[in-house]
Design a binder for this molecule. Structure first.
Ligand code: FES
Length: 166
Protein backbone atom coordinates (compact mmCIF):
# COMPACT_ATOMS: atom_id res chain seq x y z
CA UNK A 1 0.00 0.00 0.00
CA UNK A 2 1.24 3.48 -0.88
CA UNK A 3 0.28 4.84 2.54
CA UNK A 4 2.41 2.24 4.28
CA UNK A 5 5.40 2.61 1.99
CA UNK A 6 5.44 6.36 1.30
CA UNK A 7 3.78 8.11 4.27
CA UNK A 8 6.21 11.05 4.21
CA UNK A 9 6.02 11.56 0.45
CA UNK A 10 2.22 11.46 0.58
CA UNK A 11 2.20 14.01 3.42
CA UNK A 12 4.55 16.23 1.41
CA UNK A 13 2.24 16.05 -1.63
CA UNK A 14 -0.90 16.76 0.42
CA UNK A 15 0.79 19.67 2.21
CA UNK A 16 1.07 21.51 -1.11
CA UNK A 17 -2.70 21.92 -1.34
CA UNK A 18 -5.16 23.59 1.04
CA UNK A 19 -7.40 21.00 2.74
CA UNK A 20 -10.47 22.12 0.78
CA UNK A 21 -8.51 21.54 -2.47
CA UNK A 22 -7.12 18.18 -1.47
CA UNK A 23 -8.47 16.62 -4.67
CA UNK A 24 -5.88 18.58 -6.66
CA UNK A 25 -3.29 16.20 -5.22
CA UNK A 26 -4.73 13.38 -7.34
CA UNK A 27 -2.23 13.79 -10.18
CA UNK A 28 0.98 13.71 -8.11
CA UNK A 29 -0.44 10.79 -6.13
CA UNK A 30 -1.24 8.93 -9.34
CA UNK A 31 2.33 9.51 -10.53
CA UNK A 32 3.55 8.11 -7.26
CA UNK A 33 1.33 5.05 -7.77
CA UNK A 34 2.58 4.61 -11.31
CA UNK A 35 6.20 4.86 -10.19
CA UNK A 36 5.51 2.17 -7.61
CA UNK A 37 3.43 -0.25 -9.70
CA UNK A 38 4.57 0.53 -13.28
CA UNK A 39 1.03 1.51 -14.26
CA UNK A 40 -2.11 2.79 -12.57
CA UNK A 41 -4.27 -0.24 -11.83
CA UNK A 42 -7.86 -0.10 -10.54
CA UNK A 43 -6.46 -0.99 -7.13
CA UNK A 44 -4.05 1.97 -7.29
CA UNK A 45 -6.95 4.26 -8.23
CA UNK A 46 -8.85 3.02 -5.18
CA UNK A 47 -5.78 3.65 -3.01
CA UNK A 48 -5.39 7.21 -4.26
CA UNK A 49 -9.14 7.84 -3.88
CA UNK A 50 -8.88 6.54 -0.32
CA UNK A 51 -6.05 8.96 0.47
CA UNK A 52 -8.10 11.85 -0.92
CA UNK A 53 -11.34 10.65 0.55
CA UNK A 54 -13.18 10.87 -2.79
CA UNK A 55 -15.00 8.41 -5.02
CA UNK A 56 -12.62 6.30 -7.20
CA UNK A 57 -14.48 7.42 -10.36
CA UNK A 58 -13.27 10.97 -9.73
CA UNK A 59 -9.68 9.76 -9.78
CA UNK A 60 -10.08 7.15 -12.52
CA UNK A 61 -11.17 9.74 -15.09
CA UNK A 62 -7.75 11.39 -14.89
CA UNK A 63 -5.94 8.23 -15.95
CA UNK A 64 -7.64 8.09 -19.34
CA UNK A 65 -7.15 11.81 -19.88
CA UNK A 66 -3.40 12.21 -19.40
CA UNK A 67 -1.02 10.43 -21.77
CA UNK A 68 1.59 10.28 -19.01
CA UNK A 69 -0.61 8.00 -16.91
CA UNK A 70 -1.05 4.40 -17.96
CA UNK A 71 -3.96 2.18 -17.05
CA UNK A 72 -2.27 -0.95 -18.40
CA UNK A 73 1.22 -2.39 -18.05
CA UNK A 74 3.47 -1.64 -21.01
CA UNK A 75 6.99 -2.01 -22.32
CA UNK A 76 10.12 -0.43 -20.93
CA UNK A 77 9.62 2.41 -23.41
CA UNK A 78 6.29 3.89 -24.46
CA UNK A 79 6.51 5.36 -27.94
CA UNK A 80 3.53 7.70 -28.26
CA UNK A 81 2.74 8.89 -31.75
CA UNK A 82 0.55 11.95 -32.16
CA UNK A 83 -2.18 11.12 -34.68
CA UNK A 84 -4.30 14.20 -34.02
CA UNK A 85 -5.66 15.95 -37.12
CA UNK A 86 -2.76 18.32 -37.97
CA UNK A 87 -0.29 15.43 -37.64
CA UNK A 88 -2.61 13.08 -39.54
CA UNK A 89 -2.52 15.57 -42.43
CA UNK A 90 1.26 15.12 -42.47
CA UNK A 91 1.07 11.34 -42.61
CA UNK A 92 1.17 10.46 -38.90
CA UNK A 93 -1.43 7.71 -39.16
CA UNK A 94 0.40 5.94 -41.98
CA UNK A 95 3.66 6.32 -40.06
CA UNK A 96 2.11 4.80 -36.91
CA UNK A 97 0.63 1.93 -38.90
CA UNK A 98 3.93 1.18 -40.68
CA UNK A 99 5.77 1.31 -37.37
CA UNK A 100 3.38 -1.15 -35.73
CA UNK A 101 3.54 -3.48 -38.76
CA UNK A 102 7.31 -3.38 -38.64
CA UNK A 103 7.32 -4.22 -34.95
CA UNK A 104 4.68 -6.90 -35.56
CA UNK A 105 2.26 -5.43 -33.05
CA UNK A 106 -1.05 -3.64 -33.15
CA UNK A 107 -1.51 -0.11 -31.86
CA UNK A 108 -1.46 -0.19 -28.06
CA UNK A 109 0.47 -3.46 -27.90
CA UNK A 110 3.98 -4.22 -26.67
CA UNK A 111 6.78 -5.91 -28.62
CA UNK A 112 7.49 -9.51 -27.73
CA UNK A 113 10.73 -8.58 -25.96
CA UNK A 114 8.83 -6.16 -23.68
CA UNK A 115 10.84 -3.21 -24.96
CA UNK A 116 8.39 -0.97 -26.84
CA UNK A 117 4.71 -0.16 -26.48
CA UNK A 118 3.30 1.94 -29.30
CA UNK A 119 0.40 4.22 -28.44
CA UNK A 120 -1.60 6.96 -30.14
CA UNK A 121 -1.87 10.29 -28.35
CA UNK A 122 -3.36 13.72 -28.94
CA UNK A 123 -1.47 16.91 -29.77
CA UNK A 124 2.07 17.13 -28.39
CA UNK A 125 2.63 20.65 -29.67
CA UNK A 126 4.88 19.66 -32.55
CA UNK A 127 2.16 19.75 -35.24
CA UNK A 128 4.32 21.24 -37.99
CA UNK A 129 7.02 18.60 -37.47
CA UNK A 130 4.91 15.47 -37.84
CA UNK A 131 5.24 12.59 -37.91
CA UNK A 132 6.41 13.01 -34.36
CA UNK A 133 6.28 11.08 -31.11
CA UNK A 134 7.27 11.29 -27.50
CA UNK A 135 9.23 8.49 -25.95
CA UNK A 136 8.53 7.80 -22.30
CA UNK A 137 11.68 6.18 -21.00
CA UNK A 138 12.94 5.30 -17.53
CA UNK A 139 15.12 8.45 -17.65
CA UNK A 140 12.34 10.81 -18.71
CA UNK A 141 10.45 11.95 -21.77
CA UNK A 142 12.12 12.63 -25.11
CA UNK A 143 10.64 14.12 -28.28
CA UNK A 144 11.37 13.05 -31.85
CA UNK A 145 10.15 15.13 -34.77
CA UNK A 146 10.10 14.80 -38.56
CA UNK A 147 10.21 11.05 -38.24
CA UNK A 148 9.91 8.29 -40.79
CA UNK A 149 10.01 4.53 -40.44
CA UNK A 150 13.79 4.36 -40.88
CA UNK A 151 14.59 6.96 -38.21
CA UNK A 152 12.14 5.42 -35.74
CA UNK A 153 13.48 1.90 -36.30
CA UNK A 154 17.03 3.20 -35.91
CA UNK A 155 16.08 4.66 -32.53
CA UNK A 156 14.39 1.42 -31.47
CA UNK A 157 17.49 -0.54 -32.45
CA UNK A 158 19.58 1.83 -30.35
CA UNK A 159 17.25 1.27 -27.37
CA UNK A 160 17.53 -2.48 -27.88
CA UNK A 161 21.35 -2.24 -27.83
CA UNK A 162 21.25 -0.29 -24.58
CA UNK A 163 19.72 -3.32 -22.87
CA UNK A 164 19.29 -2.86 -19.15
CA UNK A 165 21.76 0.03 -18.88
CA UNK A 166 19.12 2.66 -19.61
S1 FES B 1 -1.52 17.64 -33.73
FE1 FES B 1 0.18 16.36 -33.46
S2 FES B 1 1.58 17.54 -32.36
FE2 FES B 1 -0.13 18.81 -32.60
Amino acid sequence: MLVDKYPKEIDRILAKFPPERKRAAALPLLYLAQREYGHVSKEAIREVAGILDVDPTQVGGLVGFYSLLHAKPGGKYRLQVCTDLPCALRGAEEFAEELCDNLRIKMGETTEDGLITVEEVKCLAGCDKAPMFQLQAPDGIHYFENQDLDSAMELIEELRQRGDDA
